[in-house]
Design a protein around this ligand. Structure first.
Ligand SMILES: Nc1ncnc2c1ncn2[C@@H]1O[C@H](COP(=O)(O)OP(=O)(O)O)[C@@H](O)[C@H]1O
Ligand SMILES: [Mg+2]
Length: 173
């Protein structure tokens, strides 16, 4: 079990609050937002462990860095065969009782290209569609919510903030 870590500079009480929140709702959707080194990737990994434990059966996770995701989508668009490529059509598997989770670390490290923004809009559109069981979406970003909106645009920001709890991780002082 992950413990608060003094060196991240985030107040211990805040770290405890965040850890309690993800333990209480390990299948929830989150954006961990804050500067480099505050512990976003640690939480991203911890949440995968908690989610698998909470949903031991019929649970499918796609967990990559956003840079890896962009690479896979780009190679696929060029016609290359990409093993393990994530297809939004897979989410309709939830009709067969499979719960899906999409975890993308460092989402703002994708390029500003129209191609990847369109792919992400498709992805978030599919992820945020109401279904049972619902799809889990977990992102990390160095951007604030305002920066995120500016970079990705209203349509993506609206979907992500409707689906996910936005967890700001600020350093003290
Ligand atoms: N709760 C924690 N327990 C132990 N080490 C941590 C914890 N949170 C962060 N760290 C360490 O602090 C450093 C930065 O954490 P990281 O998750 O990579 O930050 P970020 O993704 O926000 O840049 C890493 O070396 C990580 O191992
Ligand atoms: Mg990180």
């Amino acid at each position: 079990m992950l413990q608060p870590f003094l060196k991240t500079g985030v107040a211990l009480a805040r770290q405890e609050q965040i850890l309690k929140a993800i333990q209480a709702d390990p299948l929830g959707s989150y954006v961990f937002s804050g500067p480099a080194g505050v512990g976003k990737t640690m939480l991203f990994r911890e949440l995968q462990v908690l989610a698998r434990a909470a949903c031991p059966k019929n649970f499918a996770i796609y967990a990559k860095t956003a840079t890896q995701y962009q690479g896979e989508m780009t190679r696929s668009a060029r016609g290359e065969r990409v093993p393990g490529l994530f297809r939004t059509s897979a989410l309709s598997d939830s009709a067969h009782g499979i719960k899906w989770a999409v975890f993308l670390d460092d989402i703002d490290k994708v390029s500003g290209s129209e191609f990847i923004h369109r792919e992400l809009l498709d992805l978030f559109d599919a992820v945020c569609t109401q279904r049972t069981p619902s799809t889990q979406l977990v992102l990390t970003t160095n951007m604030s919510k305002a920066e995120f909106k500016k970079f990705f645009g209203d349509a993506i920001e609206r979907r992500v903030t409707a689906q996910c709890l936005w967890v700001s991780m600020e350093r003290e002082g």
